[in-house]
Design a protein around this ligand. Structure first.
Ligand code: HEC
Length: 143
């Protein structure tokens, strides 16, 4: 076997061992965007734009049911500290009449944080900056 052949073989061997593990990693890493679209966008809108553009902060319909607020930085959610956002998702709304469910038995802590990171990624740069000043490390880069 000449050098070129053995090099080709080596590249082939590496390719076979590296690619499946990279694919596995991508599969097991929680993807906040996918989780958001699976669990949250039905109420909070695709990209967190809220259930009703007239009611970005949420509110009540005439029939007394709640409207889900925007989470993308155009409403109130970004005023909450990270831990509160986390418990909102894990335990649901403190308002027991709210349709905002608890996800504690469906999502792992890691998945909840990755949904929160996704929501935060939708916030405009200006808001992200204010948030980071108010809650140092609150955007998760230092996690
Ligand atoms: C069945 C509808 C529904 C689903 C599904 C839902 N929510 Fe909500 N959510 C609401 C409503 C309505 C409110 C506002 C009322 C309240 O605070 O209880 C809310 C409030 C929130 C708030 C607080 C916002 C603020 O401005 O204070 C956060 C954060 C939030 N939801 C995140 C999520 C995430 C993340 C998911 C998915 C994992 C999700 N929600 C799924 C209906 C929903």
């Amino acid at each position: 076997m000449n050098l070129r052949h053995s090099l080709t073989l080596m590249v082939f061997a590496f390719g076979v061992t590296i690619f499946p593990s990279a694919a596995l990693l991508a599969d097991s890493a929680p993807d906040g965007k996918t989780l958001f679209h699976t669990h949250c966008s039905v109420c909070h809108g695709q990209e967190g734009t809220g259930e009703d553009p007239q009611w970005l902060n949420g509110g009540w319909r005439e029939d007394g049911t709640r409207i889900a607020p925007a989470l993308n930085g155009t409403a109130h959610a970004w005023h909450h500290e990270p831990q509160l956002l986390y418990s909102y998702v894990k335990d649901g709304s403190i308002d027991t009449t709210s349709p905002m469910p608890s996800f504690g038995d469906q999502l792992t802590d890691e998945q909840i944080w990755s949904v929160i990171r996704y929501i935060q990624s939708l916030w405009p740069e200006k808001i992200r900056k204010i948030y980071e000043e108010r809650f140092p490390g609150g955007l998760g880069e230092q996690d």
